[in-house]
Ligand binder design. Structure first.
Ligand SMILES: Cc1cc2nc3c(=O)[nH]c(=O)nc-3n(C[C@H](O)[C@H](O)[C@H](O)COP(=O)(O)OP(=O)(O)OC[C@H]3O[C@@H](n4cnc5c(N)ncnc54)[C@H](O)[C@@H]3O)c2cc1C
Length: 384
């Protein structure tokens, strides 16, 4: 593992990314446009199907290889956020779906014929407290009728299928607050004329994110994933993979910032010498490097446990926490090293700075990880 693991995959991804340099991402960022060409190239090369078992036409590789792919995209200055969910979201169907759902969906994802990369969890009123989602699915004959609203549903305009979390029974009727939540597969193309509305949400970064509204949307009951009412557990099953892959992206960002800062500190001359000869510039770069290497060790540990089929909740969460902190530290350092030019679009630093800030908030905020470590790993009293 580590950043030197899977050199052949990393070399191939790096070569692919050379065709999508900073100017490509900058242009998209300005227009808030989707990186269609990049995603197509990645799909055609088979990189988005690595986690799909071979029996369904994928490569059947582990989270270690997937992390290498996403890490290298970020290290090269790009962003995997446009398509990373295409890699791991199918895991919910793979683990909990019916044979029919798996046969129908997974081979098409592996071939790049079907996009399953939108997941509607977050709602405007419930925030991080998923037990309080208000989107409801009510059984009506062979269908469910869904009403409600999601926010920050990324890639919804660039996905054929969407997984949606909806309440199928009230919060106070279950033994636990999260009982009574179910997962549904929505065929988005079909649903658009039947009660599904998607509104783009312009944000600080180019993330193709949206608001999604369900207005009496009829979904066939066969689109329920697993058992009714157990959807939150299915969501939890996929979280470790997501946290590990996001950590790999953050480590990739951190390395990009460190490499850019080191290069600039060597070449930029002020007071007749490179700014990098000042320890005030050197030390923050060295500190960011040390933080990144340390965080990467935790990412490695989480990957090792995950791919061995061992429990890895604490490690996956700590990896996400440390990698997000390392990338943000490196981003701040890189911007400072570049002085005024750090603010100029053409250096890509300000874009990557905005992009890497996301990891402090999504897919899970730093506070919620700290709370998990404090209460579930260290046994401290519950705060909420
Ligand atoms: C660009 C982007 C893309 C996203 N993509 C998706 C997506 O595809 N699908 C999806 O479902 N969601 C998506 N999200 C939503 C994201 O997962 C949430 O924003 C995130 O989980 C935080 O939830 P919230 O925004 O509701 O914050 P809130 O829950 O309202 O929290 C606000 C702040 O309060 C803190 N806080 C809340 N409760 C506590 C507590 N008990 N103790 C200490 N601190 C607390 C939080 O840490 C946070 O800093 C995306 C968000 C963004 C910005």
């Amino acid at each position: 593992m580590s950043s030197t693991s899977h050199p052949e995959i990393r070399d191939a991804v790096r070569a692919l990314c050379q065709d999508f340099p900073g100017v490509y991402w900058r242009g998209l960022d300005r227009e808030r446009a989707y990186p269609t060409d990049f995603v197509k190239t990645l799909t055609d090369a088979g990189f988005l199907g690595v986690l799909i078992p071979e029996v369904y036409g994928g490569s059947g590789l582990g989270i270690s290889e997937a992390a290498a792919i996403l890490g290298e995209i970020h290290r090269s200055g790009g962003n995997g956020g446009a398509c990373h969910a295409q890699m791991y979201m199918m895991g919910t169907v793979l683990r909990h779906g019916t044979d029919e759902q798996k046969q129908e969906i997974l081979p098409k994802i592996a071939k790049g014929e079907l996009r399953l990369q939108a997941f509607g969890v977050t709602e405007p009123t419930s925030g991080t407290d998923t037990s309080r989602i208000r989107t409801r699915a009510v059984r009506d004959g062979d269908d469910y009728i869904i009403n409600g609203q999601k926010v920050w549903t990324s890639r919804a305009e660039h996905s054929d299928l969407m997984l949606v979390l909806a309440r199928t029974s009230p919060r106070d009727e279950g033994k636990k607050p999260h009982d009574g939540i179910s997962v549904f597969i929505i065929d988005m193309q079909e649903a658009k004329s039947k009660g599904l509305t998607i509104k783009p949400l312009r944000a600080m970064i180019n993330h193709a994110t949206t608001e999604v509204f369900f207005d009496d949307l009829r979904v066939p009951a066969r689109n329920l994933v697993g058992e009714e009412g157990k959807g939150f557990r299915y969501l939890l099953d996929g979280l470790n993979a997501e946290r590990i892959l996001i950590s790999a992206e953050a480590i990739g960002d951190a390395r990009w910032f460190i490499e850019r800062a080191s290069a600039y500190a060597n070449e930029r001359e002020v007071f007749d010498r490179p700014i990098g000869s000042n320890q005030g510039i050197q030390f923050p770069i060295a500190r960011a490097f040390a933080a990144t290497e340390a965080a990467d060790l935790m990412v490695d540990k989480a990957i090792g446990l995950f791919d061995a089929g061992e429990p890895c909740g604490p490690e996956a969460n700590m990896a996400k926490l440390l990698a997000a902190d390392a990338s943000w530290q490196a981003a701040d350092m890189c911007l400072q090293t570049h002085g005024g030019f750090g603010f100029a679009e053409e250096y890509d630093v300000e874009r990557k700075f905005r992009e890497t800030r996301l990891y402090q908030v999504a897919p899970i905020s730093t506070n919620l990880i700290l709370s998990y470590i404090a209460e579930h790993v260290l046994g401290l009293p519950r705060s909420f």
